[in-house]
Design a protein around this ligand. Sequence first.
Ligand code: DGJ
Length: 362
Amino acid sequence: MFAAPGVTLRGDIMKTTKNRRWAVGITGAVLAAWHILCIPAHTAPVGHTQFKPGEIWTDTRGTPINAHGGGILYYDKVYYWYGEVKTGKTWLPECNRSWNGTRVETVGISCYSSGDLYNWKYEGNVLPAVQDDPGHELHKSKVLERPKVLYNAAARRFVMWMHVDSQDYSLAHAGVATSSSPTGPFQYLGSFRPNGAMSRDMTVFMDEDGKAYLFHASENNATMHICLLTADYLKPTERFVRVFEGRSMEAPAVFKHQGRYYLMASGCTGWAPNEARSAVAESIWGPWKELGNPCRGPQAESTFRGQSTYILPVADRSSTFILMSDRWIQNDLPDSRYLWLPITLTDKGFQVHWQTTWRLNN
Ligand code: DGJ
């Protein structure tokens, strides 16, 4: 194109330059907006949309979730996952050499929250181990395992039950802590043997009528006890039964469906996996009928190399339950993984089928 001489030309040039500046400015702004809208989607931690049993599971910070031997509380439309913090070096104390009872220093109980069960936000160490008093039951040299939390509506308190033990597991106590908030901090109230009976692996179960029960491996793990808790959930009552006598079961996990009580548990082989057990009862007091190994699929005979810890009723779904298990890595306990699998209800009981990845149906 030929331009006419003079001001007009200069004016045109100026107009053209101005237009170019505008164009560059607008293009820049569009690109910047594109950047803001698109780039963070690639760089922010990716949201999880499925369960991947046995794989490293990260929280919303992108950090591996550290909540072993755990349990879940559903409160006010939020799931809270409590578990053992396992970090640092794994070693074998001399006192546990005969049964290969490795350990890490006790750190405390972690809490994570989630609205969808796939994505978990770290809420902190809600019951930290005691650092400087070796005589304290929560001292880092002791055992603190399998925390489970209930909400007591009457008292508006959150009550945590857990396995508290000496390094050689000879204390065999159940411990209790409470908080006014699900995210703690929890205040430790102490530990004891319920009705004088040993208590190692345990879980708590709240029935539809609000009564709560402690299931605990007792009598040196030979026989399980089921004990009614006081109305405030802080203590055991004198009412308890001995079940699965001489069957040596630990890692109890309990759920209720259509009026029946179901239990999953393991045998007693330390951190090493074994074949799971299951049982059903019409009343929580029994009789409990054993139903055998509920696992199906590859490595079903070793509970998929895992051990049960909790069975979660999924909120607002009448027949959806998730088995939470731990795949313990005996010589590197912090690398232990989570195996969450769906429970399949059957005519007689329930089954757990292996899935490499899965998600809840919409
Ligand atoms: C098996 C239990 O289920 C775990 O909680 C833990 O106590 C290990 N034994 C220790 O070996």
